[in-house]
Write a protein that binds this ligand. Structure first.
Ligand code: FAD
Length: 303
């Protein structure tokens, strides 16, 4: 049996490359100072979906909710083997906490045909690991979180091994189901050269519009519209127009989106600056490593 997999992916600031400008004076993240990347565990979720497609057949659809710039990770997913990509972008999504985010994503997922929904375990910026479980609840399907290995898929049920910290559990549940996938699950494949050639010009409608507006600053609104529609039909003919949905299209109730759908209140933001107090140079040879291990054992840092 073939399976339709939907993978939820998020574009995140690269929190490993924090520099002095990473935080604004008011304690919020200065996103423009950090490179935007594919959330690492979402790559593992995508890889698992692609492995399911390779073995059983079916289709892999990736969905992200984000700013127009998030189109980059949709293209990246197509390069790696996804069949379809969807951007949910709408100004009314702004200020969404995890509850509103998972509600919006659930409306989008319900528009598609699915057997398995895959999320990363956690996003490296928000760091809550709440969106996957909340999404399963809103879709009314069972979930297996912290998946590190897919054991069996038999058309009716799915069995997976999940990490429980000090060990693992093997869990079976009926389909459709949602999995949240950890970084240990697999080694994400790289982009395929053939697919990069095929999809390098794939664009979302919002990207097309932004580019045409920038290149035709003096044109009238009507002329811009004509140019945009012409470009859309050219891309569509080559299957290079990435789908873009807004809140009206997915039938979301605005009361549950953005600020009105977000009960989380941020009371205080604290900027924590970690200063290196002490550092030690280790010689890059066997003796250096051996001395370091002995020191760590003596200090009871490792046993
Ligand atoms: P996690 O729960 O850790 O993510 C788990 C998995 O869920 C991911 O690996 C991925 O598979 C999936 N996932 C998570 N987010 C998405 C997504 N957007 N699209 C597709 N899949 C996803 N963020 C903004 O960008 N703009 C805002 O204006 C904004 N306002 C906020 C206001 C408040 C009060 C709060 C609390 C948060 C706000 N955020 C905003 C952050 C936003 O709520 C979270 O980034 C988002 O809900 C995801 O939570 P997380 O990062 O903890 O993801």
């Amino acid at each position: 049996m073939a399976y339709n997999c939907i993978v939820l992916i998020k574009q995140v600031p690269d929190t490993k490359r924090i520099t002095g400008e990473a935080m604004n004076d008011d304690g919020t993240v200065n996103r423009s100072a950090l490179p935007a990347i594919f959330n690492p565990e979402d790559l593992n979720a995508l890889e698992l979906a692609l492995q399911i497609k390779d073995k059983f057949g079916g289709k892999v659809t990736v969905i992200t909710m984000g700013l127009p710039a998030a189109s980059a990770i949709l293209r990246d997913s197509l390069f790696r083997g996804a069949d379809e990509a969807i951007l949910i972008t709408d100004q009314r999504c702004a200020a969404s906490d995890t509850l509103a985010t998972s509600y919006i994503l659930s409306c989008a997922v319900k528009k598609a045909d699915f057997d398995i929904v895959l999320c990363g375990r956690q996003a490296i910026d928000g760091d809550t690991a709440q969106v996957g479980p909340q999404l399963a609840e809103k879709l009314g399907i069972p979930q297996i979180t912290y998946v590190e290995e897919l054991i069996e898929l038999n058309g009716k049920s799915i069995t997976a091994r999940r990490n429980i910290g000090a060990g693992w559990q093997q869990v079976r549940t009926k389909l459709p189901a949602l999995l949240t996938v950890t970084g240990d699950a697999n080694e994400p494949r790289v982009a395929a050269a053939k697919k990069m050639m095929k999809y390098k010009n794939a664009r979302t409608p919002v990207e097309v519009e932004q580019k045409i507006k920038a290149e035709n600053a003096d044109a009238t609104e009507a002329d811009i519209q004509k140019l945009v529609e012409h470009k859309y039909s050219k891309l569509e003919a080559k299957d290079l127009l990435i789908k873009q949905w807004d809140l009206d299209y997915i039938g979301a109730d605005l009361m549950w989106c953005g600020r009105s759908g977000s009960p989380t209140k941020v009371h205080r933001i604290q900027s924590v600056v970690l200063a290196a107090k002490e550092s030690k140079n280790i010689e890059p040879n066997d003796q250096g490593v051996s001395d370091m291990i002995h020191e760590l054992i003596e200090d009871k840092i490792i046993a």
